[in-house]
Unconditional design. Structure first.
Length: 245
């Protein structure tokens, strides 16, 4: 249980779901962990759930200027950073004709712009070597109706995994991506999906179930650890076979 011993990690969107589970496992694997979030209730719950050893930062992932403050906090608290898991994001599904500019900007700010400027702000803070893991989605591959903007944001993030891996490897920073399928997190409640809708969704997955947050978190541990030192610019799909249909 020491695969991340001595490593300093930042997990955005770490108060619930995949981010929280990753933070919990990172701590168990010996890492020092900081998480970000902006909902007061989930921030407080994360503080209680992770304990005093985790640094909890109140920050809006879609605010580009706020990312500099996050980087300053990491520098002051950790000195340097070994692992960044960009997990914060929003999921907004609606038909093309229902989109307006404000909603479009909100999705791109949170899922692309904020992460881009967080990586930029952290450049002086990253250790050599270091690892960046970007949480993307199979929606950028499968052409699901009503997912146009969400899929575009995740496609942009996946592209960044490729381009930044080439740009940053000379600094000793590896960049990789995880493309998730349906994972059992609170996001489905926010989308208004009840038990019957989730059962129908599970029926579309060859594995016949939704994924567990821990199954993604364990993959992040691999990318964060020295075990993946030769893995650069890769995409790991975790979707129960859904994108193979």
């Amino acid at each position: 249980m020491d695969r991340l011993k001595g490593k300093r990690a930042l997990i955005t969107g770490g108060t619930t779901g995949i981010g929280f589970e990753t933070a919990r496992i990172f701590l168990a694997e010996g890492a020092r962990v900081a998480i970000t979030g902006k909902n007061p209730a989930t921030l407080d719950a994360a503080r209680k759930g992770l304990g005093a050893s985790a640094l909890v930062i109140d920050s809006d992932a879609g605010d580009a200027a706020a990312q500099r403050k996050v980087a300053d906090t990491i520098r002051q608290s950790f000195g340097a950073l070994d692992v960044l898991f960009v997990n914060a994001g929003i999921v907004d599904f609606k038909p093309l004709e229902k989109w307006d500019e404000a909603a479009f900007d909100r999705s791109f700010d949170t899922n692309v712009k904020g992460p881009f400027f967080l990586v930029q702000s952290l450049l002086p803070v990253f250790n050599n070597p270091a690892s960046i893991v970007l949480m993307t989605s199979i929606n950028s591959h499968i052409g699901m109706p009503a997912s146009s903007v969400y899929a575009a944001t995740k496609g942009a993030l996946l592209s960044l995994a490729k381009t930044l891996s080439g740009e940053l490897i000379g600094r000793g920073i590896r960049v990789n991506a995880i493309s998730g399928g349906p994972i059992a997190t609170p996001v489905y409640g926010k989308l208004g999906m009840g038990d019957s809708a989730l059962k129908s969704l599970a029926g579309q997955i060859p594995a016949a179930r939704l994924g567990n947050p821990s199954e993604v978190a364990q993959a992040v541990v691999f990318f964060a650890s020295d075990e993946s030192a030769f893995t650069v610019g890769s995409e790991l799909v975790i979707d129960g076979g859904m994108s193979n249909l």
